[in-house]
Design a protein. Structure first.
Length: 246
């Protein structure tokens, strides 16, 4: 029970990596609030995870939704010790093919949402004597990829914000770290409907010989949320089957 007594807020918690993290956190003793834009999906996930998990529908790019989300979590669990900024969108495109709407959406969710929610949670962590903020970046936080201009730019910003916030709040015992996954089999990835040839080509980019699973990310998130990582802040943790080592 490595997270016994801790309260975590996880965005994008209705499926994929977010749901896996929420379930793993609860098994490790935490109480968890999951957030996202799809209320029905969130409530289904919360029921599956159990009574220690609550669902709050919220769009993290909207200030009023963020305020309601934090108030709901604190109202139920009385505190917030861990924040996981996991909500994200992936809008494919090059500098020429991307629409202005898709570019703006990428930054509204992936960057603005992270900032708004972090800003709202910091006073709760400060009042509780500290906390852990875990931002979900990507291997594209540090690497490039074709047809991913907005996504790579937004995830690069996530890593830069992680490092800056880690410096800003280290003296307050608030740690900020970034997990950078490779390709993980989630609904987000499934939307791209890769044929078998494309799937084999992308798997070959990972020396471990497979895509990641949401649980591969959840284990590291537990460590970063726990007191075991109390001297780790400002780090970028690659979880990518060797993708970034090449």
């Amino acid at each position: 029970m490595r997270l016994r007594g801790k309260v975590a807020l996880i965005t994008g918690g209705g499926s994929g990596i977010g749901k896996a993290m929420a379930a793993t956190f609860v098994r490790e003793g935490a109480q968890v609030a999951i957030a996202g834009r799809d209320k029905a999906k969130l409530e289904t996930a919360a029921r599956e995870i159990g009574s220690c998990c609550m669902a709050v529908a919220a769009d993290v790019s909207r200030v009023e939704d963020v305020q309601k989300l934090v108030a709901a979590a604190v109202g139920r669990f009385k505190r917030i010790d861990v924040l996981v900024n996991n909500a994200a969108v992936l809008m494919p495109g090059t500098a020429e093919s991307l629409s202005e709407e898709d570019f703006d959406l990428s930054f509204d969710i992936n960057v603005r949402g992270l900032w708004l929610l972090t800003r709202a949670v910091l006073p709760q962590m400060r009042a509780g004597g500290g906390g852990s903020i875990i931002n979900i970046g990507s291997v594209l936080s540090t690497l490039g990829a074709r047809n991913r201009v907005a996504y790579a730019a937004s995830k690069g910003a996530v890593l830069a914000m992680t490092r800056a916030m880690a410096l800003d709040h280290a003296a307050e015992n608030i740690r900020v770290n970034c997990i950078c996954p490779g390709i993980v089999e989630t609904e987000l990835v499934a939307k791209f409907n890769m044929d078998e040839a494309a799937k084999r080509q992308r798997i070959a980019m990972h020396p471990a010989g497979r895509f990641g699973q949401p649980e591969d990310i959840a284990g590291l998130a537990v460590f970063l949320a726990s007191d075991e990582s109390r001297w780790i802040t400002g780090s970028a943790q690659m979880v990518d089957g060797g993708y970034s080592a090449q």
